[in-house]
Design a protein around this ligand. Sequence first.
Ligand code: NZQ
Ligand code: ZN
Length: 381
Amino acid sequence: MFDFEFHNPTRILFGRGRENETGGELAADGVKRALLVSGRGSAERSGVLGRVRGSLAAAGVDAVEHPGVVANPVLPHALEGIALAREAGVDAVLAVGGGSVIDEAKTIACGIFHQGDIWDLFRGRAEVKRALPVYTVLTLAAAGSEMNKNAVITNPATRQKYSVSSKHLFPRLSILNPELTFTVPADHTAYGAVDAIAHVLEAYFTKKPGTRLQDRLVEAIVLTVMENTEKAIAAPDDYGARAALMWAATLALNGLTPAGAGPYGFPNHMIEHAMSAMFDIPHGAGLAVVLPAWMRWHAERNPEQHVRFARKIFGRDTAEEGIAALEEWFVRIGAPVRLAGVDIAAERVPEIAENAAGLARVWGIGEEYPAAVIEEILARA
Ligand code: NZQ
Ligand code: ZN
């Protein structure tokens, strides 16, 4: 066990119908007026947004609406949200949606206090000093943003998809009702599953060996996600499967699994963020392409852990068998596993590698992952 600090202040309300408690919770925290951030229509169509509005009105909390957040949220729309939040004098930000909506809500919550260029918070040139309290009603099991301190935003002007991270960005409260994910289509259910699996595998493979508690936590999450993704795709309104997926995806990136595991990297995300910045593909779809390729490259460097993965997850004996089994599973749930599957031509690989290498430098893994190495990894995809 390595030394660590673990801090997660996000309160979770989990269960059926709990979005109806939103207004009461905000009012109890003294919130008078909230910026209500949402996406491009799914929350309106499913009825959750209507129920949240009703709950806020009943509790006497004003809602100033900022809809239209796109998947892979973009800086200009977040800047519009910041301007609106300032003008309306809101005292909290409430996200109703998936990771994209939550990440834009977090960006607005800290951006409202930032003097100067907001992008500096993302490229590591400035720190978040304060943020409005963030509340979330989650509608998609995937990113883990509902219980962590990160937000990922794309700057279309520079084609950079970068993240900001601060203790001020943990949501104060997240409401997790698995029923709200019944309407998530099969493709996004699959991409969310891949994302949650990737979140735990990044540290599983890149940390130092021998921290077995952390290994087993990861293996439990991977097995749970796999089992329940298949159930949720077969029967979208299977509450038990949706509930297991939702909580597993939250635990996958809330700081629990890598605590005590020592230093680790996030190289698959570094590469995928370049892909979704440049080609606007769903994050989980990009990860399904990158992860098997990176694992084949990395298995030569850390064979023991890849053999452990093959044995514990698939009952196979070699690293390659484990990777092939994971890839087959991605295909079975409908996730792409080659660049061609997300309509990215092989000729674009050098550009992706350059873009990703820029992020690698920001994340302090630039020496391990120069563009040439990233090209070598993507050649396997
Ligand atoms: O815009 P709407 O209409 O809401 O549609 C969304 C979107 O098209 C739809 N959707 C969401 N809930 C639904 C639903 N459709 C039907 N029923 C529902 N209940 O699904 C589509 C994808 O939504 P999005 O929020 O983009 O997905 P996800 O939750 O996977 O978030 C992806 C974003 O999170 C970032 C990714 O890079 C990407 O930008 N990440 C954030 C992280 C974090 N903050 O810690 C970590 C992750 O590694 C990731 O990078
Ligand atoms: Zn992710």
